[in-house]
Design a protein around this ligand. Structure first.
Ligand code: PA5
Length: 342
């Protein structure tokens, strides 16, 4: 029987507090892991993750973490169809928390028609019915898809690691370790409430590098969905070749740049962040810089996501909006499904 999340009735804030414990909520089934191990490179020649919104970000994060070591191409798709280069030598991991998202179902069928090896991560729905049970990682039901990120990542990353012939991360151990260290870290950083207050009435621009670039994107989407507010995300070094020219407009346009700093930055990147900060300050822009750390890039990513998720929930609170519901997303889905006419 499928075990649901017992914190369902609680708020988004308690789900964010439970972020590290959710990493250990549902481990990859042994037979699913074995299938992935059998398909490992050289059999698999490329891996593609598919999903939308809260269900897509785990794939993007896993890819950012694995890109440094993977000998095969890794890509993610947020669309109805896959790029033409994906063929039957590829393995596709489709993620939809509800199992009913039309883009994801369409991309699943596209991958199937090309003869790709398929895995799914879902609570059920049509996606759950499409994929064979031993290739489906069934998630506990009852929370918002974006709050399920720790559970989704704890399935997608080990699946990808097995396909790459690597040892899968032990998320149970990691969950315990991060929960303990979270208490130690408290007090060494600004409270998320302070960052939320800083970006209230402003438009935050989260700026990340390498493995923190998807974290910047996640922060943007969490501000959108939880706090129902505008945000954007940028990536270094690319933003230094375009966005930096807009810095003179930042003060007037109430843009609040937030630099997501990593302990894994190389010297080049460290200088780049510092130069970016100086240029912004010369334009009288208040620059917020958050230093993250972790004993591995994965740990750093998880701390950063949990912290920024907390910022989005605090901002929702300040703005007096409900972080749980996503009425506009639901409305749009209903219109597209032909259930509502405007
Ligand atoms: O967090 C959300 O609610 C959304 O971003 C959903 O994840 C998105 O609409 C896709 O739905 P699902 O995750 O059920 O495939």
């Amino acid at each position: 029987m499928q075990e649901n999340v017992d914190i369902t009735r609680n708020s988004m804030s308690s789900l964010v507090d439970a972020f590290f414990s959710l990493l250990a909520k549902k481990r990859l089934q042994e037979n699913t892991q074995q299938i992935a191990e059998k398909l490992a490179i050289p059999k698999t020649e490329g891996i593609c993750t598919v999903g939308m919104g809260g269900s897509s970000i785990a794939g993007q994060i896993a890819i950012a973490l694995l890109n440094d070591s993977s000998s095969i191409p890794l890509t993610f798709v947020r669309d109805y169809q896959l790029p033409a280069f994906i063929d039957d030598r590829w393995t596709v991991i489709t993620v939809s928390y509800s199992g009913t998202t039309e883009e994801t179902l369409s991309a699943y069928n596209d991958a199937d028609s090309r003869g790709c090896e398929l895995f799914s991560v879902t609570t059920g729905g049509e996606l759950g019915a499409l994929c064979s049970s031993e290739r489906t990682h069934v998630l506990p039901k009852g929370i918002q898809p974006r709050a399920a990120l720790p559970m989704i990542l704890a399935a997608v990353l080990p699946l990808m690691q097995c396909l790459l012939g690597n040892r899968p991360t032990d998320f149970e151990h990691l969950s315990e370790k991060l929960t303990d260290r979270q208490k130690e870290l408290k007090g060494s950083m600004k409270e998320p409430q302070e960052i939320a207050t800083h970006i209230h009435q402003r438009i935050p621009a989260f700026i990340g590098w390498r493995h923190l670039a998807p974290v910047a994107y996640r922060a943007k989407t969490q501000i959108n969905e939880n706090a129902k507010s505008t945000a954007y995300s940028l990536e270094l070094p690319e933003a230094n070749h375009n966005e930096i020219e807009a810095s003179a407009a930042y003060a007037n346009q109430s843009i609040a740049p937030i630099l997501l700093r990593s302990t894994y930055e190389d010297e080049q990147t460290r200088r780049r962040f510092e130069a970016t900060s100086k240029i912004l300050e010369q334009e009288s822009v208040e620059v917020e810089s958050i230093q993250f750390s972790g004993e591995s890039k994965l740990e750093e990513v998880l701390y950063a996501i949990q912290y920024l998720d907390a910022v989005s929930v605090r901002l929702a609170d300040i703005r007096g909006v409900n972080p749980m519901g996503v009425p506009q997303i639901s409305l749009l889905k209903a219109i597209l499904a032909g259930n509502i006419e405007l």
